[in-house]
Write a protein that binds this ligand. Sequence first.
Ligand SMILES: CC(C)(COP(=O)(O)OP(=O)(O)OC[C@H]1O[C@@H](n2cnc3c(N)ncnc32)[C@H](O)[C@@H]1OP(=O)(O)O)[C@@H](O)C(=O)NCCC(=O)NCCS
Length: 146
Amino acid sequence: MGMPALCGGLECEAVRCAMTSQTQEPRGELTVRTIAMPADTNANGDIFGGWVLSQMDLAGGIAGADRSHGRVVTVALDAMHFIAPVKVGDVLCVYTQVDSVGRTSMKIHVEAWARRFESRTREKVTDAVFTFVAIDEAGKPRPVPL
Ligand SMILES: CC(C)(COP(=O)(O)OP(=O)(O)OC[C@H]1O[C@@H](n2cnc3c(N)ncnc32)[C@H](O)[C@@H]1OP(=O)(O)O)[C@@H](O)C(=O)NCCC(=O)NCCS
């Protein structure tokens, strides 16, 4: 795969991640990219699962807001398990894809990948399906536009 002439921001990261992938490819669009910091660690020195979950919630919320053209809230997420730890200095890449749209709700597939600080290789950390509901100014469900 050749390098793009212009390589900046998320697009650049997506290309670099693809080049360093070992086996599997992420599903969806790169929506959030952030660095794991020491303040986010647990007593083992690894990153809190809750921090990863919150980044996934943020990414899913961005995708849901984009799809529904407005505010959304998280109403549910399916079972998830952590495949590998995230370490300080890793870059967390969160990918999203809208799986289905109901009347007011959306199921959004969210994957978190860690790009390792030392090796620069990328590893899937976890995934889940989040359900977001589009809401109006009063916080009540509103139809998701077609
Ligand atoms: C999301 C919320 C607005 C839904 O209100 P509600 O009165 O239950 O609305 P409804 O029963 O009409 O359901 C709305 C949609 O959500 C879906 N839904 C509701 N509960 C759900 C659940 N537990 N799992 C999956 N979908 C759910 C319904 O199927 C419906 O989807 P559809 O319109 O596509 O068919 C309300 O429950 C709420 O505000 N919850 C808190 C959300 C929040 O604060 N999240 C952050 C937590 S920190």
